[in-house]
Design a binder for this molecule. Structure first.
Ligand SMILES: Cc1ncc(COP(=O)(O)O)c(C=O)c1O
Length: 376
């Protein structure tokens, strides 16, 4: 066993090197190489969706999705407060206002019961985020979106292959954004993808991604709108294609990690796991736990320190959006609002090592050290 267990490291167990080598040896390293279209097609197929557009990271994927959906100044977008900052920042990049909703106490996803009270005449979309790979309660979100005529613009950065009612992310919303950062279940190092079934959105995504070159005349240097260079390189796409080829394998490894953590820790007083959404298939990007100090006998900080002394890396959970100075400065009205579940997650939660390549022996060791921490 290794003497340091990182919180997450990538697993590149298929054709990654072969495809990268091919890209380098043929000189196709920009976004023009064949792997970009092959990766887009393979990822769309994996999701069961019609179209996919590769970009350089998940943050760009979110921004491009919002632009293609027509979100801009004057609009409001409903975003969970418990998420990674990129979900909210992407809304800000368009000039729109992110409006935050507390998390559900069990699934840690946006609480559908608290969405309607945040909807105003300016609300244009809901952005569900499938936290740590646990799909949101999409039936409830779709019902609300239909009632108020809102788009669903999905942040599935952490949820490749997750399912709700048998449908994979990428097909649960009008448009869906993914991240392929190095710690994700599928990775290209840095990378992102936008997925949709709509030809109209697909055209807009490709158009804005490529500095608004006309789609039918990409070499005509005439630009009618302000666009972005969000093109993924062939090198990154080479990694991505190899990863998608083994997508179910990587997904099952993450699910196995979660199973093992629960096997060893679920019955321990004071340790709480994220609960799977009813009707969902959680792909367990990260295994986070909440530690209730009174029941467990030690604080989160004490346990993290003990794990560190034993070569085990952990990470704190996201600081929620309603606590972010940048978003307050931007004009998000968070003061005086209550987000008790988010605050509890921040107070008591942390990630355990969660990489796809973890062995049962390593997970057992981590769990043993957590239990030992109680007696120190
Ligand atoms: C929920 C969520 N959204 C967006 C992102 C941003 O993705 P990236 O880091 O690829 O820009 C992340 C990254 O971790 C994320 O967890």
């Amino acid at each position: 066993m290794k003497n340091f267990i990182p919180v997450c490291e990538p697993l590149l167990a298929g054709n990654e090197l072969k495809y990268i080598t091919e890209a380098v040896s043929t000189g196709w390293i920009s976004s023009s190489g064949k792997y970009v279209t092959e990766f887009e097609k393979a990822f769309a197929d994996y999701c069961g969706a019609k179209c996919a557009v590769a970009v350089c990271n998940g943050t760009q994927a979110l921004h491009l999705m919002l632009v293609a959906a027509g979100i801009g100044k004057g609009a409001e977008v409903i975003v969970p407060s418990f998420t990674m900052i990129a979900s909210a920042f992407a809304v800000c990049y368009t000039g729109a206002l992110p409006v935050f909703v507390d998390a559900d106490k069990d699934t840690w996803n946006i609480d559908p019961a608290k969405i309607e009270e945040k909807i105003t005449a300016k609300t244009k979309a809901i952005m569900p985020v499938h936290i740590f790979g646990n799909p949101c309660a999409m039936d409830d979100i779709k019902r609300i979106a239909k009632k108020y005529n809102l788009l669903i613009l999905d942040d599935a950065a952490e949820a490749h292959g997750a399912e709700y009612a048998g449908v994979k992310t990428g097909r649960l919303a009008d448009i869906t954004a993914f991240s392929f950062f190095a710690n994700k279940n599928l990775t290209t190092g840095e990378g992102g993808m936008v997925v949709t079934d709509s030809q109209e959105y697909y055209d807009k995504l490709r158009y804005y991604k490529n500095v608004c070159f006309p789609l039918d005349a990409p070499r005509v240097y005439q630009h009618e709108n302000i666009g972005f260079n969000y093109r993924m390189s062939n090198l990154h796409a080479a990694l991505g294609l190899a990863q998608v080829e083994k997508a179910d394998y990587y997904r099952d490894l993450r699910r196995k990690n979660a199973f093992l953590y629960k096997k060893y820790l679920a019955s321990v007083a004071g340790i709480i796991f994220q609960q799977d959404t009813l009707g969902g298939l959680n792909v367990h990007w990260m295994n986070a736990v909440l530690l209730e100090p009174k029941k467990f006998g030690k604080t989160k900080e004490q346990v993290i320190e003990y794990l560190k002394q034993n070569g085990i890396e952990t990470r704190l959970l996201f600081t929620s959006m309603h606590r972010q100075p940048a978003l307050k400065k931007y004009g998000c009205a968070c003061d005086g609002e209550e987000y008790p579940v988010c605050d509890k997650l921040a107070e008591n939660g942390f990630y355990l090592p969660s990489g796809s390549g973890l062995t049962e022996e390593e997970i057992k060791f981590v769990c043993q050290k957590i239990l030992e921490a109680r007696g120190c």
